[in-house]
Design a binder for this molecule. Sequence first.
Ligand code: HEC
Length: 202
Amino acid sequence: MSGSSIAAVCAKASSFHNKFKMRFTAFFALAQPARAAIRVWLGNMSEQGMQEMSEFLTKSRARNIFYGGSLFFVVVFVGLTAHSHRYVVKTSTAGMPLTEEVALGKHVWERHSCINCHTLHGEGAYFAPEVGNVMTRWGVADDPEGAFEVLKGWMEAQPSGVEGRRQMPRFEITDEEMRALAEFLRWADQTDTQGWPPNDAG
Ligand code: HEC
């Protein structure tokens, strides 16, 4: 490293240090009035008031409030976590079993980055239709064979080449993977999304 570039680095570091120092000073300058106000308030408290406060909030009471409060919120947190877990497993995804096929379908969905254009339950890109309810839209939500057939037909007909219409690329997907993808989309369709999307058109 040449002498002049070392000097440049040192100058930069020192300017950063100065900025930091200025912010710090500003912070303490602002904190000063607040501290003064607290001092005035405490000073105005009568001797008797101070006495009463220290009798009420003894050291052991303060400790109990601290431990009791912490314990209370830990219990609330654990309870809510257990409830969320139960809710996801027993309610929101209970529409259809989470089979190996569904899991494979999710991998296919991820490998081809379908989410780069589509949304699934509202998450993703807004270039192409929502697919969280496409099986309902196609009327095959409860029909695995039909779902596979329609999806395969759709995927193989892309790109449509229709002028003025957004295009979906063609993906090379085996029948086994296409079945899995159809199952994944049916599974997604049957999760309880509390009414999302608000209409069948997605
Ligand atoms: C480059 C963007 C793009 C990617 C990536 C993409 N799609 Fe599409 N997809 C589209 C567009 C655009 C449409 C709407 C085409 C039309 O209506 O003519 C569409 C339509 C669909 C439809 C029909 C939706 C309906 O409501 O009719 C399905 C199902 C679908 N895509 C599944 C997939 C799957 C599965 C993947 C991943 C393997 C995927 N798409 C990847 C752009 C994309």
